[in-house]
Design a protein. Sequence first.
Length: 350
Amino acid sequence: MSTYAELFEHGATSAIDAPVAPRGDFIPDVSVVVPTYRRPAMLERCVLALAAQTYDPARYEIIVCDDGPDEATKACVQRLSQSRARRGPLIRYVPVTATQGPAGARNAGWRASLARHIAFTDDDTIADPNWIANGMRALNAGADAVSGRIVVPIGPRPTDYERDAAGLANAEFATANAFATRAALERTGGFDARFTSAWREDSDLQFALMNAGLVIARAEDATVLHPVRPARWGVSISQQKKSQFDALLFKKYPAMFRARIRRNPPLLYYAMLAALVVAIGSVVASAPRVAAVALAVWAAMTIWFATQRLKTTAHTPSHVAEMLWTSAIIPYLSIYWRFRGALKFKVFFL
């Protein structure tokens, strides 16, 4: 196998310029696919950790899939690839323009590789030095795919956003830390590019693997750290847009969705909507007593919802105000995006 120095001496000035298989004789054991979107500083931290693996640097590569793409990210990858040119691993840049979202970007990455094994992580993770070695050991033991351990550090009283992000640590299968054989990806078709947000696309791949009768193993020693990114006040409101992809996952795998994602529709949300509609309708119909009762019921449910979100989260004045405000809005946005997803993907979904 050619050394990295030799690869660059034969016409590739950086990993960005290198073709899929330089000189036709470099096929790595594993390709690490990292989708990214316009956060080069975070990406650099991720790639530096991936480049510092105990796994032989001559036997793996890092493929950064730029879902922008933008010049800052490209320059970041080029700088990193040049710094590792002689000692490895090979770091490659793949601009993604045909699709939008991490699912399509991951597809572009693994399809640009010739490796028999693919590892997936995100640009906001920090891989343990033994991550590749331990993940590959689990794959080589006979699994078709492997789910690793994700560590999300949060304090004893996190914000609601931080608590939700920490749910990754309990995920059955998350592409922030996953390995798969090329054969498994080819058999299932990889990721469904219709999942244009970072939501449910990993469960979709998991269900596709399971539906094909493929073996998914767990590797607790294949670890990545996933720090929680700072978020703006009220971020949970904009996150409701992701609910539309629940409808797509349900359409494709209804039984698995009910068993592993959600058994029942969000009845509280529908009750809150019903109470608000009755209150508004009663005002229009000049029925103030009914309107007052309906409004009181709506307020009680809203406060209860906010209280549940605050049970194990921060009680700072700003966070309490955020929970009260967003709890009064989330149910209706969630229902809207669920129905929009049902219409978009043509499925009856409540």
